[in-house]
Design a protein around this ligand. Structure first.
Ligand code: PXP
Length: 250
């Protein structure tokens, strides 16, 4: 039987708009409340080292005010480790972070950083925080994620989303196939499989139809679309598309 597909709403870019002017508006925690009412199954927030969007107090407020599970995206640093242990999110999604990048550009290199990721994951798992590794849909990285004892892999959907924008059908099929195969391998290794990055109304259905994927994390498109149709409507529409694609696979 195909499992239910959860939607994690990433609220980072509500904070991006807030920070453009300083002050408190728009409030990402208000967006999290709204996401909850609109059918999100979890909230995702990326606390970056440079705090360009989500702040430390946003994380504290998310834990105090929001009942949905929190997926805290973060780099593998001592500082972030301490913050995670303090707030105990339901999951930490470990991502590579470069200061100059506009967004998370590629997946983690698990294979090349085995010991470091292993120790960091254990530290979180000992406090009952699930560990998710954001990786490209590449067999060696998926296998390495299983080897370091991750609970979850989040497959980077950015290459698929970019292929979609290019309109190149061959590239689109190739990138989608990589996600399909990656999800199959991850599932067969006992990993929970998530996907995210760059997804929107046009791209979500094909990814939602991959039966081994149980969670999608979506942010930038939803917050952008909210400018035109409102946040509630944009979340409800992505939820509808996800449910429809999923129902067609069972
Ligand atoms: N998943 C991870 C690990 C991410 O780093 C991001 C971007 O912060 C997302 C999902 C959401 O991507 P987008 O904002 O493009 O929907």
């Amino acid at each position: 039987m195909t499992e239910f597909l959860r939607l994690g709403v990433n609220i980072d870019h509500v904070a991006t708009i807030r920070n453009a002017r300083g002050g408190a508006h728009p409030d990402p925690i208000k967006a999290a409340h709204l996401a909850s009412a609109a059918g999100a199954d979890g909230i995702t927030a990326h606390l970056r080292e440079d705090r360009r969007h989500i702040s430390d107090s946003d994380i504290a407020r998310l834990r105090a005010e929001i009942d949905l599970p929190l997926n805290l995206e973060m780099a593998i640093t001592e500082e972030m480790g301490k913050i995670a242990l303090r707030h105990k999110p339901n999951a930490c999604c470990l991502v590579p972070e470069k200061r100059q990048e506009i967004t998370t550009e590629g997946g983690l290199d698990i294979a090349g950083n085995n010991n470091r990721i292993n120790d960091f994951s254990l530290m979180l798992q000992e406090k009952k925080i699930r560990v998710s590794l954001f990786i490209d849909p590449v067999e060696a990285q998926i296998q390495a994620s299983a080897n370091v004892g991750a609970d979850i892999i989040e497959l980077h959907a950015g290459a698929y989303s970019e292929a979609f924008i290019s309109g190149d059908q061959k590239r689109i099929s190739h990138e989608l196939e990589k996600l399909r195969i990656g999800a199959e391998i991850g599932h067969s290794l006992g990993l929970e499989v998530h996907a995210g990055h760059g997804l929107g109304f046009d791209t979500v259905s094909a990814v939602a139809a991959i039966p081994q994927i149980v969670e999608l994390n979506i942010g930038h498109f939803l917050i952008g679309e909210a400018i035109f149709i409102g946040l509630e409507a944009s979340i409800k529409e992505i939820r509808r598309l996800m449910n429809k694609a999923r129902a067609a696979t069972s």
